[in-house]
Design a protein around this ligand. Structure first.
Ligand code: URA
Length: 437
């Protein structure tokens, strides 16, 4: 008889698991037959020993099948985008409504903060009243009506990932090609997509720190998704620095709203949204190629159509009906705001993205334990990026904290995360590679 202990022993001893054993474990994650301790041991054993290619595909399919697999009958293609995780990257909040404004339907099943990285669901839930834990019927209704919905894995959709994701977050068991592939694709394949674009991050703020690791992850994701019948393309993008200038849930929503309403456009957030959105529109046949797709995404952002879709999605998920007009009054603000001076004058030559991400977690913007409550108001704003000129009166960033002691710790962590030099050097490219099936 299959049981969790036997499966864990086999994983420990580097024996290949059968698809039936993997399916048993995924079901056990979903139905509670597997305990938290066993889930943690499984995640760590996979991190250390791997599952092999066949095991990775089997885990992905089993986690997809741990809940419902959605089917759609809509007057347009059903597509999505997902990132492997980074710092200051709220592009999903722009891309989902922009794709919907271009005629696609986007049931985006997203994740919470994982390790040092921010999570789309935590960012969206910084909006008062908004809840992302909705069931499949409500998801279908919002996608059909609004064009997009950003929601979490539930007891009905990819429940095995809902459980394993939370366990990995607090057990240091994130950096595994097998686990990342199964986590992302179980949700995406359960959403019944006709096409998927992946943003695979490479750099100091990513789970894959070097380009070769990111390429291997992108290849595993693209091959597994295409093999499961979902046409998929991946862009490998720079995460040697935050994508934009805010890291922290409500602060990132502020930056998204400024860009979405074109009041103050964040250039890297805009460019990445157009590149990934353009790929998705081309994959769906809504644009002749990714360049034309990117231009359509830019037009949807510039015209306010994407902002209008975003506002309707926020209201449908329980947020304020006037969020697009009144967002500065609606988002929570932290009581302690502290400017972080550069220790001396110079140019930013490198940033330890992981350290910045952990500074946000330590401020309370992420979780150290599974039951931690995330404080949506805290984080880092106005972050200097690579090439920026800084000085004691040209700060590295502004810390938003719950109290003075947390602010002090964050100031020291941020100062330690920046490397300054005498000259600016070349701006690093945003898009590093493209991996297709
Ligand atoms: N996003 C996910 O959904 N899962 C991961 O493991 C990493 C990023």
């Amino acid at each position: 008889m299959t049981d969790a202990r036997r499966i864990l022993q086999r994983l420990r001893d580097r024996e290949a698991l059968s698809p039936a054993e993997i399916a048993w474990f995924a079901d056990g994650l979903a139905n509670g037959a597997v305990s938290d301790a066993q889930a943690g041991a499984f995640a760590m054993a996979v991190c250390l020993n791997g599952l092999g290619e066949a095991g990775r595909v089997a885990l992905t399919c089993a986690m997809r099948d741990s809940g419902q697999v959605l089917r759609w009958d809509l007057p347009g293609p059903v597509i999505d985008k997902h990132s492997t995780g980074g710092i200051g990257d709220a592009a999903s909040l722009l891309i989902a409504p922009a794709l919907a404004a271009c005629g696609a339907f986007v049931p985006m099943i997203a994740g919470r903060g994982l390790g040092h990285t921010g999570g789309t669901l935590d960012k969206l839930e910084a909006i008062p009243g908004l809840r992302t834990g909705i069931g499949p019927d409500r998801l279908r209704a919002i996608v059909a009506d609004v064009g997009c919905a950003i929601v979490g894995a539930t007891d009905d959709i990819a429940p095995a990932d809902k459980r394993l994701y939370a366990v990995r977050d607090v057990t240091g068991a994130v950096e595994s090609i097998d686990l990342i592939t199964a986590s992302i694709l179980s949700k995406k394949l359960a959403a019944g997509l006709g096409g998927l674009v992946l943003d695979v991050k490479a750099g100091s703020g990513a789970f894959m720190r070097d380009r070769a690791g990111a390429q291997a992850l992108a290849r595993a994701l693209v091959d597994t998704a295409n093999g499961a019948g979902c046409p998929t393309v991946a862009l490998i993008t720079d995460m040697d620095q935050p994508l934009a200038t805010a890291a922290g849930n409500a602060l990132e929503v502020c930056e998204v709203m400024e860009t979405l309403t074109c009041t103050s456009v964040s250039p890297r957030l805009w460019d990445l949204s157009c590149a990934l959105g353009g790929e998705a529109l081309a994959l769906a046949g809504l644009a002749a190629d990714p360049d034309e797709g990117g231009a359509r995404i830019a037009a949807a952002l510039r015209s306010g159509r994407a902002a209008e879709v975003f506002g309707r999605m926020v209201a449908a998920l329980g947020g304020p009906a006037d969020f697009v007009e009144r967002w500065p009054d609606r988002l929570p603000a932290a009581p302690e705001v502290r400017v972080v001076p550069a220790p001396f004058e110079g140019f930013v030559t490198a940033i330890d993205g992981r350290a910045l991400g952990m500074a946000v977690v330590d401020l309370g913007g992420g979780r150290r334990r599974g039951d931690d409550r995330v404080d949506p108001s805290v984080g880092l704003a106005d972050l200097a990026l690579i090439g920026d000129h800084v000085a004691p009166d040209l700060p590295l960033c502004v810390v938003h904290a719950a109290d003075a002691a947390a602010a002090d710790r964050a100031v020291a962590a941020v100062q330690a995360a920046y490397v300054l030099g005498e000259s600016a050097g070349a701006e690093p490219p945003l898009i590093l590679d493209r991996i297709a099936g």
